[in-house]
Write a protein that binds this ligand. Structure first.
Ligand SMILES: [Zn+2]
Length: 158
C-alpha cells in the first residue's frame, strides 16, 4: 500500500501498516505518534495518494475548544496508528480548503478514506472517544468503497 511521508512527502510503498515503518527517503517515522500538520498541498497529496484512512482536525488558534481537541488528536494519533493517521489543518491558514470541505463550525473532524469523506463530527471529544468513533466508522464502511455518492446530504431514500 502507498503511504505519503508526513515529513518530506515521499510516496512509500509498504506491504502492511506498521508503526515502526520509516520513510525510504528521509528515514523519519511514517507513523510519528502525533498528528501531521497539513497544508493545502500536503492535504491534497495525502488524499490523492495515501491509502491509510486519514482523520483531519480542522481548527483555528483563536478557538478555545480547538486547543482541547488539539491535545486529543495528538493522543488519538498514537492510539490509532497504524490503522488510521491523524492530522491537523489550521483553517486560518487555509480558509479555502475549509470552505471547499464545507467546514462551518470548529473543531470539526473529518475522516477520509480512499480520498473521500466517510464521516465527520463537530465539537470536543476525548482522545478515547475520537479513536473509538474513527474505528467504528472504518468498520462501518469496510467493503462499501464504491457505494457512496459525492453529495454530503443525507438522503433517506434506499
Ligand atoms: Zn520522508
Amino acid at each position: 500500500m502507498k503511504l505519503v511521508c508526513g515529513q518530506c512527502g515521499e510516496v512509500n510503498g509498504i506491504t502492511r501498516p506498521d508503526t515502526a515503518a520509516v520513510c525510504q527517503r528521509c528515514r523519519k517515522q511514517l507513523f510519528p505518534g502525533r498528528a501531521l500538520a497539513l497544508t493545502d498541498e500536503t492535504f491534497q497529496r495525502h488524499l490523492r495518494i495515501d491509502e491509510t484512512p486519514l482523520l483531519v482536525d480542522f481548527w483555528a488558534p483563536w478557538c478555545g475548544p480547538c486547543r482541547q481537541m488539539g491535545r486529543a488528536i495528538e493522543q488519538a494519533a498514537r492510539e490509532l496508528a497504524p490503522d488510521i493517521r491523524c492530522a491537523k489543518l489550521n483553517i486560518d491558514d487555509y480558509p479555502r480548503l475549509a470552505k471547499t470541505r464545507d467546514v462551518r463550525a470548529i473543531p470539526c473532524l473529518i475522516l477520509f478514506r480512499s480520498g473521500r469523506e466517510i464521516a465527520r463530527r463537530e465539537g470536543v471529544a476525548s482522545a478515547k472517544q475520537l479513536a473509538q468513533w474513527a474505528r467504528r466508522q472504518i468498520l462501518n464502511t469496510t467493503g462499501k468503497h464504491h457505494g457512496r455518492r459525492k453529495s454530503v446530504s443525507r438522503s433517506r431514500s434506499k
